[in-house]
Write a protein of this length. Structure first.
Length: 450
């Protein structure tokens, strides 16, 4: 074969593939370098995203947590202080917990991605801005959230809500953190009055220790101890007295209708409406609250302190309701003791006798109320004694007078026939009246039977 022919054949077989490969390589390079097809100008490579998620953010997690006040992270009162670079810290925390949503690039407001502008100016393309997730601190553990959440209390002061929930520990905590225990509701109620009204004794102690005014009125316009005396709750009453509240504090006049309407004792309601100077002791006496009255007396409450208009005393209210045991307590008898002396009057036999510790020590003939002035049967307490007394109704002398239940009748010396003859009192012969007078004490009981 000729040499020229061999070279021609070799060129025809080898040269076209080489030229074709070169042309293809050149086209690929041209396309790669053209900005129109640069993917990395719009979206960061996956390797970069993986590095952000797994590398730098994880390295900073310990630093972020150290900067946060973790003890206050579940503070139910106020949000956490925002640390420096809060948005970056939020993104890192979200990424670390695998809760970060897919990152979506935001476009400039004019619709230009910034790439075209960079291409025209010859400057590097700007970094794409990403939306940062909003970080909000957790205010309370979920279990505490549900235990403390109450319907329609969003606008109530935090101390007031703690009182409603009867959570004295939480109340103490938030007061220590700076929440005011004096903040009132929109209706003018205070945490202290709410605690007194609802019987939250522990909350009353916490509020008292925080220094609140223990005499500040709420929407009832009455001092807290007055509100407490209208409810049978000795621990609340004791809490107020332990911190120096005057047990003889009087109700403010006039007393609002809403307070009067909640009182079920007619005698006390009338005093609230027409009298003045009602005291906590009077309220306890009218309601038969023996424990409340004893608590007030031990703190310095005065049973001899009555209203200022009609001069009615606690024992008068107790007598109206027939509370014998309470009457004895108000008269100074030991509430832990039982009476050992009893006077019995038999209307049918017109006789009376004194029993001491179950044994009759004296007896006599008597004259009780005649027809139209009958002596009412029942159980009574000797509320006062007078060696010389003159009836205010009949203007006659009644020596050795022993009054029953603060009323108009009693035992005294008088003319005795052995038949009903008086205007309701029990007449005794003079000598027997004097003996009976010396054998009984104020607070002893008298039983009138048929």
């Amino acid at each position: 074969m000729k040499k020229g022919s061999f070279i021609n054949m070799l060129g025809a077989c080898i040269l076209p593939p080489i030229v074709g490969v070169g042309i293809c390589w050149g086209i690929i390079q041209l396309l790669k370098n053209h900005e129109m097809f640069r993917v990395d100008a719009v979206t960061p490579p996956m390797a970069t995203v993986s590095k952000v998620r797994q590398g730098k953010l994880s390295e900073k997690s310990a630093e972020i947590r150290a900067a946060l006040p973790l003890d206050a992270a579940f503070d139910p009162v106020r949000p956490l202080p925002v640390p420096p670079n809060a948005e970056k810290a939020a993104l890192r925390r979200a990424a670390e917990d695998a809760k970060m949503k897919p990152v979506v690039p935001t476009k400039p407001s004019n619709g230009d991605s910034g790439v075209a502008t960079a291409r025209k100016s010859g400057k590097p393309a700007p970094a794409i801005a990403f939306k940062m997730p909003v970080w909000r601190p957790i205010l309370d553990p979920i279990e505490d959230h549900w235990t403390r959440l109450m319907p329609r209390t969003e606008a109530l002061p935090q101390a007031y809500q703690a009182v409603i929930n009867d959570d004295a520990a939480h109340l103490a905590k938030i007061i220590a953190m700076g929440i005011s225990p004096n903040e009132m509701t929109l209706g003018g109620d205070t945490p202290l009055c709410a605690a007194v009204r609802m019987g939250r004794a522990d909350c009353v102690y916490v509020l008292a220790l925080s220094g609140v005014n223990l005499n500040q009125t709420a929407h009832e316009k009455q001092p807290p101890i007055a509100i407490a005396s209208l409810r049978r709750n000795v621990p609340v009453l004791q809490a107020l007295l332990d911190f120096g509240v005057d047990p003889n504090t009087r109700f403010n006049t006039p007393i609002q209708k809403q307070v009067i309407d909640r009182c079920t004792i007619k005698d006390l309601r009338n005093a609230m409406e027409s009298d003045r100077g009602v005291t906590p002791m009077i309220c306890c006496a009218a309601r038969g609250d023996v424990e409340g009255a004893v608590t007030l007396m031990r703190a310095g409450g005065k049973p001899g302190m009555g209203t200022t208009r009609y001069h009615r005393y606690p024992i008068n209210f107790a007598a109206t309701q027939g509370y014998l045991f309470l009457m004895r307590v108000l008269l100074g008898r030991d509430p832990e003791s039982e009476p050992d002396t009893l006077v019995t009057v038999d209307l049918s036999s017109q006789r009376a006798w004194v029993t001491k510790q179950g044994r009759i020590i004296n007896h006599t003939m008597v004259s009780t109320g005649r027809e139209g002035y009958g002596t009412p049967a029942g159980r009574y307490v000797i509320t006062d004694k007078h060696t010389s007394h003159v009836s205010t109704l009949y203007h006659v002398a009644m020596p050795w007078f022993m009054r029953l239940n603060c009323g108009a009748i009693g035992l005294h010396s008088g003319y005795v026939t052995g038949q009903p003859a008086s205007h309701g009192c029990i007449r005794l012969p003079y000598d027997k009246a004097k003996q009976f007078f010396g054998q009984v004490r104020v607070g002893d009981e008298v039983e009138i039977v048929y």
